[in-house]
Write a protein that binds this ligand. Structure first.
Ligand SMILES: NC(=O)c1ccc[n+]([C@@H]2O[C@H](COP(=O)([O-])OP(=O)(O)OC[C@H]3O[C@@H](n4cnc5c(N)ncnc54)[C@H](O)[C@@H]3O)[C@@H](O)[C@H]2O)c1
Length: 352
């Protein structure tokens, strides 16, 4: 089979989770592309897992960006767990490419609120596959997660490592998606790629994730709780590296049969949470976000590990590089500098 490269120019793309952290950035890159798609359909339920106001602000940015773009932008508020609503979007717009980022995210929340994960990540994902079956697409790229590796001690994580021992329901739903997509690729030849994403951070981030949570505590002069003493290793990946990686992969559908592939999309340079906090502190201090004299060392609070957390996650990214030449190369200090600028400019004055 010949290597296929898809040119997004002139295509109709569907981005689910478009009001989310990663989806909004992907949509922004699409609207700003030199050879943009003809139409980008953003779909999101705007649920209140975290502030819908933040999601609406991201959408407002996209509407502004669309004014300067040759690409048409449409937003549809819909829940992917509503099969008829999703089917109607496919019937109306007939997307040729789909980037699926809508999901109930968050490892810890899945312990308290399991139903939301089944509804969005299992039923919603099944509905999406059915829609792709009835309205064939050239490539479906969907978000999986590094959490599928469980608490395997083998580092870095490579795609062929075992992923059959999830330690959270969130991870189990993401693994379930990979299996469902592989079955649909085999049965109906739907070309699909799972991207196992590794802790994404940056401007317009998620308030339930470490970056904003720690920043808020520092800005308020509070203590910083470090679970597992902050000794867990995370492969913090800058948002633009993640979003551009998604688009690089979109252009390169799987070549084999069945047409399904799984790729890690991470930075490949893990740091401990403790180191991350120290670098975040420095970036926020330089941006003027911290109270006078805030002493980080005096505010670090060591706590035991939490259920569902894993000790280390670290991506082997060689398969991704080989597949499409993508490398996440934004250094943590630079990514945090850009985060801190946004934090001072937008988050502090508008924080929902
Ligand atoms: N951010 C990370 O570090 C990270 C890491 C691994 C995997 N992922 C995955 O990447 C994807 C995007 O994550 P994110 O960080 O942008 O999360 P996010 O919560 O900011 O974005 C997800 C969006 O999906 C929407 N959504 C949720 N359920 C929906 C439903 N049933 N129907 C329609 N819309 C729905 C939400 O309103 C939200 O705007 C998710 O699949 C997530 O599991 C993210």
């Amino acid at each position: 089979m010949q290597d296929e490269t898809i040119d997004i120019h002139g295509q109709t793309l569907l981005v689910t989770g478009a009001a989310g952290f990663i989806g909004s950035r992907v949509a922004r890159l699409l609207l700003a592309a030199e050879r943009p798609p003809s139409k980008v359909i953003g779909l999101d339920s705007l649920n209140d897992y975290y502030s819908p106001q933040l999601k609406r602000a991201r959408l407002a940015q996209l509407a502004d960006a669309a004014l300067d773009s040759d690409c048409a932008w449409r937003f549809v508020q819909a829940d992917i767990a509503d099969r008829a609503a999703l089917e109607a979007v496919f019937a109306d717009y007939r997307p040729s490419l789909v980037i699926h980022l809508a999901a109930q995210a968050g490892v810890r929340h899945s312990i308290e609120c399991p139903q939301a994960y089944i509804d969005s990540n299992v039923i919603g994902f099944f509905n999406l596959l059915e829609a792709c079956r009835h309205h064939p697409v050239r490539h479906l790229v969907y978000a999986s997660s590094s959490s599928v590796y469980g608490d395997s001690h083998k580092q870095p994580y490579a795609e062929h490592d075992r992923t059959d021992s999830p330690v959270s329901l969130y991870a189990a739903t993401k693994k379930c998606d990979e299996l469902l997509a592989a079955a649909y690729a085999s049965l109906y030849r739907i070309p699909a790629t799972a991207l196992r994403l590794f802790t994404v951070y940056g401007p317009w981030g998620r308030p339930d994730m470490a970056c904003i949570r720690f920043a808020d505590r520092m800005a308020a002069g509070q203590d910083i709780p470090l679970f597992a003493d902050g000794q867990g290793w995370r492969d913090f990946t800058y948002i633009d590296d993640t979003a551009s990686g998604i688009l690089r992969v979109l252009a390169r559908p799987p070549q084999g049969l069945p047409p399904h592939q799984v790729l890690n999309l991470g930075h490949g340079h893990p740091v401990t949470v403790r180191q991350f906090v120290a670098e975040l502190h420095d970036a926020l201090a330089a941006a003027g976000a911290l109270p006078e004299g805030y002493d980080l060392a005096a505010h670090l609070q060591s706590l035991p590990a939490q259920p569902g957390d894993v000790e280390a996650t670290f991506a082997d990214t060689t398969a991704l590089e080989r597949h499409c030449g993508h490398r996440a190369d934004t250094p943590l200090s630079e990514g945090l500098r850009r985060f801190a600028d946004w934090y001072v400019r937008w988050w502090l004055p508008n924080r929902p």
